[in-house]
Design a protein around this ligand. Structure first.
Ligand code: TEU
Length: 512
């Protein structure tokens, strides 16, 4: 499939569908929902890690890259999933966690034993911490290990040790992992924190180092022209995207950049970003990647982000309208759209009052670091607002929550679930489906040029143009805006009509 035709749906296996009643979603659960995925119209799936793991970071701490986590299924199940998705015209990419392994991985278990162990140099050991790099999940990124009295680097949890990519053996091992999964038929990878694999020891913070691009090229050498790869690269921006994705570079198909999420003040800073600012950044990214001839990623949600309808829309009065507007922004721009499971039914954040209900290692570390310093209610509010459990609670197929779920159930499940959304007159899923259908039927939306027409504090208009055809998309923000209309035929509208004013979160798509 051509890159510009892809529409991704992200599945968090532990939380998608539990087929055997053990409280954990599994691969057989995903197999049972292929019709649901197909019916939505997406044609590609990104599966977050389903490999063997002690689950400190829900699978991003891998203890065996070639085995499936027991509660999630078996290798046969994954083979079957790859096959069934393909039969249904759906591509599948896996998550490649190349920066670190679990400290339970056999390489690390060996590495920590002694300074002369053959696996010692698989990881990054120092007699004393050479800098004060911080872990993304709080605290020092250096951990003292008793057996040898040296420190190892962990950019994330203490149980996630950074691999030493300067060691050619590590690079060979990871390439063999890539070979293994491609031979089993997957179509590519989403590459976790890929820009951290080469370290820059001159920097005050852990960031992408001088050998990064060389390592990426080596990792995918021989495959770049026939697989899809997207790097999670927090350092990617409009200026350097070409280094990762330029055609001549032979590195990645595209990258996830995060500027448009407006999280400069950190995920726990409780303040909704202004929609016009969010959209301006989406639009800037569009313009820059178009200029560079790279397909832009377009997304608001993933398993690390709170639900977009809560953080940048309105999850009460205008839930349907803002969910569908945000869906329109994702699905009508140029590049590769990514949806997170549950986004298509307008899932909101959960709300808990008790710290005992949370699971995410980052949220819990944040809690522990601040308890007693910030009032309890405020602390919980911060975690409710920005915490990573929000997108991870079990997909609400019906109003009935799982009693034994691994994570506290979605707190609005009785009101927001697949069954009731599909039945509703104004179904979010139904609207997403129409958006996807439109994207597939209109070459303007997949091949067309992106043109920013108007962007004001209250509304945004953009066009897509291809071979003499044009589509105009009108996105209104929070407040009503006087509207003179646009020439052309209305293809989609998340309100019953086009009036003299644009309504809150109204989205209108015209063909002109
Ligand atoms: O995420 C990296 C990442 O962007 C976040 O951890 C972020 O730095 C942090 O939440 C700051 O608020 C990837 C995965 O998507 C995430 O789920 C993993 O926890 C992480 O890497 C480690 O593998």
């Amino acid at each position: 499939m051509k890159t510009e035709d892809l529409i991704f749906y992200q599945i968090y296996p532990k939380s998608f569908c539990d087929s055997n009643g053990d409280g954990v979603g599994d691969l057989r659960g995903i197999l049972s929902k292929i019709d649901y995925i197909k019916n939505l119209g997406v044609n590609a799936v990104w599966l977050t890690p389903c490999f063997k793991t002690p689950n400190v970071d829900n699978g991003y701490d891998i203890s065996d890259y070639r085995a499936i986590e027991e509660s999630v299924g078996t290798l046969d199940d994954l083979d079957e999933l790859i096959e069934k998705l393909h039969e249904n015209g759906i591509a599948i990419i896996l998550d490649l966690v190349a920066n670190h392994t679990s400290t339970e991985h056999k390489w690390f278990k060996e590495s920590r034993k002694s300074k002369d162990n053959p696996y010692r140099d698989y990881y990054i050991w120092r007699e004393t911490p050479p800098n004060d790099w911080q872990s993304s999940f709080g605290g020092s990124a250096w951990e003292l290990d008793g057996a040898t009295g040296e420190y190892y680097l962990h950019s994330f949890a203490i149980e996630q040790a950074d691999l030493n990519w300067d060691n050619p053996k590590v690079r060979e091992e990871m390439k063999a992992v890539v070979d293994f999964w491609l031979a089993r038929g997957v179509d590519g990878f989403r590459c976790d924190v890929l820009d951290l694999i080469s370290k820059d020891w001159k920097k005050n913070e852990n960031g992408s180092g001088p050998r990064l691009h060389e390592y990426i090229r080596e990792l995918f050498d021989g495959y770049t022209d026939r697989i899809f790869t997207v790097g999670e690269c927090w350092s990617a921006n409009a200026k350097n995207a070409k280094l990762f994705c330029g055609k001549d570079r032979k590195e990645l198909t595209t990258v996830f950049a995060f500027k448009h999420l407006c999280v400069e003040k950190g995920r726990f800073h409780v303040e909704k970003p202004a929609l016009d600012e969010v959209v301006r950044r989406v639009s800037d990214w569009q313009l820059a990647l178009q200029e560079a001839n790279i397909p832009a990623t377009v997304f608001f949600e993933n398993h690390d982000q709170p639900r977009s309808v809560s953080r940048i829309g309105d999850d009460e009065k205008y839930r349907y309208e803002s969910a569908t507007l945000l869906g329109g922004v994702v699905l009508l721009h140029r590049g590769v759209p990514f949806l997170m499971q549950g986004q298509e039914i307008g899932m909101t954040n959960s709300r808990h009052n008790d710290i005992g209900k949370f699971n995410d290692v980052e949220s819990m570390n944040f809690y522990r670091a601040n308890v007693g310093k910030i009032p309890e209610a405020e602390l919980i509010e911060k975690i409710n607002f920005g915490g990573r459990d929000n997108p991870r609670c079990m997909m609400p197929w019906t109003e009935k929550t799982l009693e034994n779920g691994w994570l506290a159930p979605y707190t609005r499940q009785s009101e927001i679930n697949v069954e009731s959304d599909l039945r509703a007159e104004r179904s979010v899923y139904g609207f997403y489906r129409e958006l996807i259908e439109l994207r597939k039927n209109e070459p303007c939306l997949t091949r067309g040029e992106y043109i920013r027409k108007e962007l004001t504090p209250s509304y945004y208009i953009f066009e897509r143009a291809y071979e003499g055809e044009k589509i105009t998309v009108v996105c209104n923000f929070r407040t009503e805006t006087p509207f003179a209309g646009v020439e052309g035929r209305v293809l989609l509208n998340n309100y019953p009509e086009v009036g003299e004013t644009l309504k809150p979160y109204q989205l209108i798509v015209y063909k002109n």
